[in-house]
Design a protein around this ligand. Sequence first.
Ligand code: PLP
Length: 388
Amino acid sequence: MKRIYLDYAATTPTRSEVVRAMLPYFTDAFGNPSGIYSYGQEAKGTIEEARVKVAELIGARDEEIVFMSGGAEADNFALTGVAYANESKGNHIITTSIEHHAVMETCKFLERRGFLVTYLPVDKYGLVTPSDVKRAITSKTILISVIHANNEIGTIEPIAEIGKVAKEAGVYFHTDAVQTVGHIPVNVNELRVDLLSMSAHKLYGPKGIGALYIRRGTKLLSFLHGGEQERGRRAGTENVPGIVGFGRAVELAKQEMSEEAERLTYLRDKLIKGLLERIDHICLNGHPQERLPNNVNISVDFVEGESMLLNLDLEDICASTGSACSSSSLEPSYVLLAMGISPEQAHGSLRLTLGKWTTEDEIERVLDILPGIVAKLRAMSPLFRGQR
Ligand SMILES: *Cc1c(COP(=O)(O)O)cnc(C)c1O
């Protein structure tokens, strides 16, 4: 039986079109973009072409795109860069309790260094309330950071409304859009954001490359020194093949996005409906409508998420409980806990994320297999006995 990969939110395979576009930049066109000779200038030109593609996808100017090593670096740079460049104005940062680790841990790092961070609550669907953001703003607030769509539960946040609040207050606004760019429409002006994080390997590009959108005029302190690359905002010889691959992946995403989102939404809803029908004592985590086209996250009572994962793996089905980073620990997902889900239910969570190669046959196979796995695990569970 062919492997069924349902962990596209963790990473995606690099498309063959993307690999093909990258290959010449390892060998024939290996020149250093900083070189004065035409060889280097060719590489430089290629980087700029990719920058235009990335900028176009999100409605930005090309000089507002800074390539970096991925989503985590973009999040780190956005937060620490703004915090340290604007210290004289204030030391208060507003974020949410459901951010990706890259934002959450950077906030904790900044807290240890004297910054004050407000972690806003979310409702039972994982939604942040714009009026909560407004109420949290003080005269010391320098930055608001809210994830565009959460990687675990897929809930899409009201970023444009929060952007309006941020703009009215004159506070910089960052969003981690790693899960949305290339999957649903993202426009930095419609969302009213000043900073936006992206990563190539979540949209069928290579790992180790991403970008931060920085609105013109935004003050950031760079933390990589020793080179004038990326207009002095990030030192280090550019990852030319990676940048080229990112550009190609973005180009393909732009062409295929709306059709693919529609296809995935259909498969997602079929999977959700089927699971709710076939398994009792189960609930959907995240918002029923305001969610990523490819995200399914359920909590199954009286079963451990890890046990479901291992049993699915025996059937050659790849899934996840919560995020890839938290699946190695036994702590329940802080995202689910923040939504008011009990630790027991959070332990029984399963995330299935669909993508380009997901077929209706695969969804049907999961619907055939998972109820049996749950029944088997429940039969062994002392917790479940009282329920029958
Ligand atoms: C994957 C992910 C990141 C990290 O991106 P990398 O390129 O792997 O560093 C950050 N934020 C979100 C929401 C993600 O899903």
